[in-house]
Each structure stands twice: as C-alpha cells, then as structure tokens.
Design a binder for this molecule. Structure first.
Ligand SMILES: [Mn+2]
Length: 193
C-alpha cells in the first residue's frame, strides 16, 4: 500500500501571503490526516487564523476529526475565523471519514459513491451540528480537497484525466480552475495497492 499526493496553492492576485493552509500528515501506523483550511478575508490575518487550525491538527494527529474541529473552533475565537475540510484515512481498513465546516470542497474519483459534504459554519464563530461521513474506498481512488478559490466546475470536466500523478493533477486543477480573486488551494491524494 502506498500513498501519493500533491498540492498546489497560490495567494490571490496582488497578495504575497495566502490565507489558505493545507495539512497532509501520517500518524500512527496507518493513519493519514488531510486538511484544507481557508482563513476568512485575506492576507496575514487570514493566514494566522488558518495556521491556528493547522497547528491544532498537527499537535494531535491521532485525534478524532470531530474533536479536532471542536478544538480548532475554540482556538480560533480571537481570529478572523476559518473554514475547514478534513479527510481522515484509515489505510489499514481502507476507510476514510470526512468532516467539513464551511466552504471547502471535496471531490472523489471512485467506483464507490463517495460524496462528502460540508456543513455551513465558521470555525471560531459558529460551529454547526457536525456531520462525520464514513466511506470505504478502493485502491487507486483519487481524493481532491480544495478551497473556494478553485472553481468546483473542475469536477464536471470529463476531459480531465484524474489518473495522472497527483502533483500533476493538482497543478492542472489550479492552473485551469483557480480563481484570481481568491486564495486557491488544492490537495490531491491517491492510495494505491
Ligand atoms: Mn477562499
């Protein structure tokens, strides 16, 4: 079993700092946390909020995603706030969970029906009733997590080859579907046999 992944991000036009942050971190023998976080607004204040949530995740990688979300919500009280999507893989049992708060998108290329959705809300301000979805996946499935600086239309593009190497796929999504007027981040993860 092997994990391959790639990520692409860039700040909105005219900004030197992105308010988006991503996390891809293995934990224990067979866990993998993947998160995309979008700090509200832009620039340094947004980056500070997003980093706050990323720090919570990195500090306790083996925690339940619902706990990570609640801890991040508390940690972000005096910030601009952020939205987040977390995929938590159990690579041993070939299962994955998703928890999302706010406008983070998740697109999965699989023969299984895996359609993660996020609940409306903002970490630091308004935590929704959290929903954790659990799915079984197949080897070779491709998971894409992205901020709202990426147009979700990429998921409808039937010409796009989603079997290409994850870094190439991430670069392609950013270049073709990234919006200039927002920070844009996309993470692509593939689990292979
Ligand atoms: Mn955004």
């Amino acid at each position: 079993m092997s994990v391959s992944w790639g990520a692409a991000c860039r700040p909105k036009e005219g900004q030197s700092v992105s308010g988006d942050v991503f996390v891809v971190e293995p934990f224990d023998a067979s866990g993998l946390q993947v998160a995309v976080i979008d700090g509200l607004g832009g620039g340094i204040e947004a980056a500070h909020a997003a980093e706050g949530a990323a720090t919570v995740i990195r500090a306790r990688l083996d925690s339940e995603p619902l706990d990570l979300i609640r801890l991040a919500h508390t940690a972000l009280h005096n910030t601009r706030g952020a939205v987040i999507g977390i995929l938590t893989f159990d690579l041993l049992h070939r299962s994955v969970t998703y928890v999302g708060v706010g406008n983070i998108g998740a697109q999965v290329y699989s023969s299984q029906s895996i359609k993660p959705i996020s609940k409306n809300g903002i970490l630091g301000y308004r935590l929704p009733h959290l929903l954790k979805m659990t799915y079984a996946y197949n080897f070779g499935d491709t998971f894409v997590l992205y901020s709202d600086g990426i147009s979700s239309r990429f998921g409808l593009d039937t010409h796009v080859n989603h079997n290409q190497p994850p870094q190439m796929f991430a670069d392609l999504i950013l270049s073709r579907y990234g919006k200039m007027n927002d920070d844009a981040t996309v993470v692509v993860v593939r689990i292979s046999e």
